[in-house]
Design a protein around this ligand. Sequence first.
Ligand code: PLP
Length: 446
Amino acid sequence: PASSSAGPSSTAQSQALFARAQAVTPGGVNSPVRAFKSVGGVPRFIASAHGAYLTDADGTRYIDYIGSWGPMILGHDHPAVREAIGTALNGGTSFGAPSAREVELAELVTRLTGTDKVRFTSSGTEATMSALRLARGFTGRKFIVKFRGNYHGHADGLLVEAGSGLMTNADGPLGAAAPSSAGVPQEYAGLTLVTEYNDPAALDALIAARGHEIAAVIFEPVVGNAGVLIPTPNFLAALHRVKASGALLIADEVMTGFRLSLNGATGLLGLEPDLSCWGKIIGGGLPVGAYGGRAEIMEFVSPQGPVYQAGTLSGNPLAMAAGLATLSALEADPDIYARLDVYTARLAAGLKDAAAAAGVAISVNHIGSMLTAFHQDAPHGSVSTYTQAAGSDTAGFAAWFQGMLARGIYWAPSQFESIFVSAAHTDTELAATLDAAHAAYAAGQA
Ligand code: PLP
């Protein structure tokens, strides 16, 4: 089990690997938030993962609340997923030609999500980027709308006020867009209009002013990338009103797809998007993304239609096998989402108690198996915009994160992320997590 006290586990191997990595890779990591920049300390280099646990290069075990940033809803190294990958492996690793598993996964995804057609990519970034190209090709319009603090991967036009590792304090007039990354020309960013999440009046105003030029409104149906933000019913209604302008509604379900229900946030919240994007769980821990929607729109994608999109490894047999095994296991377990809800609700309640006992102000948002405890003094459930989330005490969060890590709990290393509970998390892990949380909040006050 994870250590329950804040004993000094060695990080010598992680430190040595991090030093080597920094010599040959920018910042020593292949995706920025892994570097622990916003929480400090040594990023743990992971040697293996099983069930709800990660083991680092120094042999320290952690209860994992990242789940590879979402994919591992069944827990790590799930037997059915491992077996499916093994079977696929025996047949070769990549064909560059169509194969049966792609058809099976497409049939399963369209059935579970009620979409007509899907196209597989190798990442969520490619899925959203391709869905936007498709929306532009379909509508013949060039502007897109996104929401402040929503993250849709790192395509140029989407790195605009993009949340997560990119959270800044940039603010501007209605629709004006500031790139969140160097290297994104203002001309690209200028095609992306930005407005506030959960502000139906602002969205209505933007659509009234510019709706005729807008190809698509892309949104996280439940935000994970500014920390968890839950859409209000009025905001969902405003999103649906967008359709009257002829702009397509693109639900980015890369994080929420197959996590909040078998039909993602769309199923849970009664959304009716024109296009949806998936990633993470759809590949069961291997690189897969997808986008899909109504046939009349999807038929614009090449080779059927004029919108080009391709991929050397798209539909990769190992990745399809992992996705098929994961989605099949989710579908075969009718109680799984209820169990994830119960665990997460108990985790939320326990965190609230632990923080209150230590006199630390937190504001917890949770839905399904996603949760963020914002370090700020606001009623639980009341943080609903990027601006509110950004008001959190990031130093307080960082100290608490380190306290948790020292006690064997691997929380997301940023205040502005969701954590992910998996089906492998049991009462044992819950109790250990809450023990650690009590101590970590108390230590923060000492
Ligand atoms: N969209 C959302 C909502 C995401 O959370 C992410 C990644 O975290 C992406 C898109 C990009 O997916 P990927 O990292 O697979 O490119």
